[in-house]
Write a protein that binds this ligand. Structure first.
Ligand code: GRF
Length: 205
């Protein structure tokens, strides 16, 4: 049976599109994006989804208490029979309710080598700190910001002439690559969790 993925986004939607491409091309086998939800009207990611004929929902979050909002999103995901939730530039913290409801089935992509530089403008934070390597991280999501066990990371060298834009562009190419890999791995179930460590299912046996 085709595995059903739900994507939550607030903006541009390039990671969503990379996942949609990967499903279409079989790099994520037997899977499809069943629903894209945005908390923001006019998010370009919603237009991208519509252009691909993927079902979308805009559920405005303004003024709603976190759990009240998350219950609406969870209902939409349930209705679409979503099994795995992928955050892709989703600018909201999740409530304990939502995290428990989709326990172990929520992934996020972040543009730094976590735990360095969580939060907004991670690429700018990395440049200003002066690190020589940055990159991106796919991790399981818990109630805390950019926390949760790390599934995959990719490192990107920082160049002397980098700007936030040039560094972000090289990191983004890696984001698209490892998000696909991580989703495939999680859907396959070819991993196990030991404490905070996400290990290959075969490791340590
Ligand atoms: C990406 O850099 C992602 O790592 C971060 O937000 C950005 C979203 O970009 N969480 P896009 O909307 O997927 O293009």
């Amino acid at each position: 049976m085709t595995r059903r993925i739900g994507v939550l986004l607030s903006g541009r939607g390039s990671n969503f599109e990379a996942l949609a491409e990967s499903c279409a091309a079989g790099r994520i086998p037997d899977a499809e994006i069943a629903l894209v939800v945005s908390n923001r009207e006019g998010a370009p990611g919603i237009d991208r989804a519509r252009a691909r004929g993927i079902p979308t929902r805009v559920i405005p979050s303004k003024g709603l208490e976190r759990e009240t909002y998350d219950r609406q999103v969870a209902a939409a995901l349930d209705e679409a029979r979503v099994e795995l939730v992928c955050l892709a530039g989703y600018m909201r913290l999740l409530s304990p309710f939502f995290v428990a409801r989709f326990s172990g089935r929520i992934l996020n992509i972040h543009p730094s080598l976590l735990p360095a530089f969580p939060g907004l403008e991670a690429q700018r934070q990395a440049l200003e700190h002066g690190v020589k390597w940055s990159g991106c991280t796919v991790h399981f999501v818990d109630e805390n910001l950019d926390a949760g066990p790390i599934i995959l990371q990719a490192a990107v060298a920082v160049r002397d002439d980098d700007t936030v834009e040039t560094l972000s562009a090289r990191i983004l190419a890696e984001e698209h690559r490892i998000y696909t890999e991580a989703v495939r791995m999680v859907l396959e179930g070819s991993y196990r969790i030991a404490g905070r460590r996400v290990l290959s299912a075969a490791a340590g046996r």
